[in-house]
Design a protein around this ligand. Structure first.
Ligand code: 13P
Length: 250
């Protein structure tokens, strides 16, 4: 039984006071939900305020990125231990915006995943193809490369502590969504890849979220697919009402 996980990726939005307000509204609306794991991923600067606000609720905290070392001369970076110190249980690794704008490649992401897991964080490992790749029918090739190059040396000893997010790049922030069939097909493919690496039982335990223009009106259909175990939500997570509707989509 996979417990669905719905995470709000606030990206570079919400200063501290706004973050406190949004987190507190979300706690009011879904702070006692247990059948879905709800995770908020505010910017680093608001993590502490959000950690304080969600205390005592079922909502969990995640970072949007982290470094692969514990400390050192890495100006501007954040160690994964700093995230656990803030109360984070999760960290997004390899979001397409990190891959695209900050040139994070599979090898770097592999180091980040290993380190994050070593300190007890649950990674939300993002993969997905661009529009051009989909048009050229390279979707499966891209997903296979991202998975096989991202995961060497990673053993999911407890596969419930590893999350994959399939986010087709062309669906992020565009209002375009993969159809439920397209998403299901990609999710099944990714689960089969994981089965090849970790075995069937582990692959059937890993949660695979869909991300890319998830909204209250498409959440139920997407998450109704057999291999879609939740959502990674951008724009619609910046407003408590729409995020709560996605969480309570059933
Ligand atoms: P949108 O929901 O705004 O398309 O963003 C998706 C995303 O990138 C979540 O990580």
């Amino acid at each position: 039984m996979r417990i669905p996980i719905i995470a709000g990726n606030w990206k570079m939005h919400k200063a501290i006071s706004e973050a406190r307000t949004l987190a507190s509204e979300i706690v009011q609306k879904v702070g006692d939900v247990r059948e879905v794991q709800v995770v908020l991923c505010p910017p680093f600067t608001a993590l502490y305020a959000v950690a304080e606000t969600i205390k005592g609720s079922s909502v969990e905290l995640g970072g949007q990125n982290c470094h692969y070392e514990s400390k050192g001369a890495y100006t501007g970076e954040v160690a994964p231990e700093f995230l656990t110190d803030m109360g984070c249980r999760y960290v997004i690794i390899g979001h397409s915006e990190r891959r695209q704008y900050f040139k994070e490649d599979d090898q770097l992401l592999n180091r980040k995943l290993k380190k994050a897991m070593a300190v007890g964080l649950i990674p939300i490992f993002c993969i997905g193809e661009t529009l051009e790749e989909r048009k050229k029918e390279q979707t499966f090739d891209v997903l296979r490369k991202q998975v096989t190059n991202g995961l060497p040396g990673i053993q999911a000893d407890d596969p419930s502590l590893f999350v994959v997010a399939y986010e087709p790049v062309w669906a992020i922030g565009t209002g375009l969504t993969a159809t439920p069939d397209q998403a299901q097909e990609a999710h099944r493919y990714v689960r089969d890849l994981l089965a090849g690496l970790w075995g069937t039982d582990a692959a059937e335990t890993v949660r695979i979220q869909y991300g890319g223009s998830v909204k209250p009106d498409n959440a139920a259909e997407l998450m109704g697919q057999p291999d879609i175990d939740g959502a990674l939500v951008g724009g619609a997570s910046l407003e408590a009402d729409s995020f709560a509707k996605i969480v309570k989509h059933k």
